[in-house]
Design a protein around this ligand. Sequence first.
Ligand code: ADP
Length: 266
Amino acid sequence: MNNRQENLRKVPGITHLIAVASNKGGVGKSTISTNLAVALHLLDNKVGILDADITGPNIPRMLGISSGSLSGEGEGLRPVEAHGIKAVSLGLVLPPDTPVVWRGPMIASSLKQMIFDVSWQELDYMIIDLPPGTSDVSMTLAQDVLLSGVVIATTPQEVSLEDARKAVAMFDKLGVSIFGVIENMTSDIFGKGGGKDAADELGLDFLGSIPLSKELRIASDEGTPLVSSDTEHPASKEILEIARAIHERCSTMQTETSSIIKRELT
Ligand code: ADP
């Protein structure tokens, strides 16, 4: 652990915080976050998802939960459970279609409340769906909270690869480890292989490519993540593979940390 990481806040009870980032909207970041969270749950983990896309929260719709369903008194807000995972989103607090017009500091403080003041209880993983871009939310998170790592979502197109490079540069500068790149919407239309090329060029791991798929879109629109309803679908299989790779990487990190602690104690 370096000096910078020692100053970061750890979230009690949560083993791994993993952020999903992209520098451009519409590349499927929320779709990936939701399905990845459910996939990690299917691999026998306790999982939560935090919708940090504060000005455009999509997670409630993708999980089929309605606004106003966040509950809890006394011991704080409790996450909503759906498809085996716990979820928190500003979209669950505000009436539908309320535009969020907050400025940076308010956004940053609401993000911290959703992380630290919600009673998440014990979780193996918290997936954080970041807003696109190098926004206040991403900066606040990376500067203040101890993340295990971040995954970068991109489409195979060059224009969005340029943007992905910017996101990578920001996390690098803030000392957050980047688990790798996921290519989404791989198809004859958008192309194939751009994500792998970008990962190679940036010296990052390539985690997998999720095909452009009508079933994946319909499932998200209907509020049941495809990974939850059809584990045999090619897109689900790919997402499950990606989840396995991330789980393996996090398990190795944990083993390394506990052996360092053991060494220091003996
Ligand atoms: P972002 O969070 O990056 O803005 P979303 O996850 O909201 O992107 O996805 C944008 C739209 O594209 C949604 O309608 C979603 O259902 C759809 N979508 C995402 N990934 C795929 C895919 N692989 N195949 C088909 N549609 C997809």
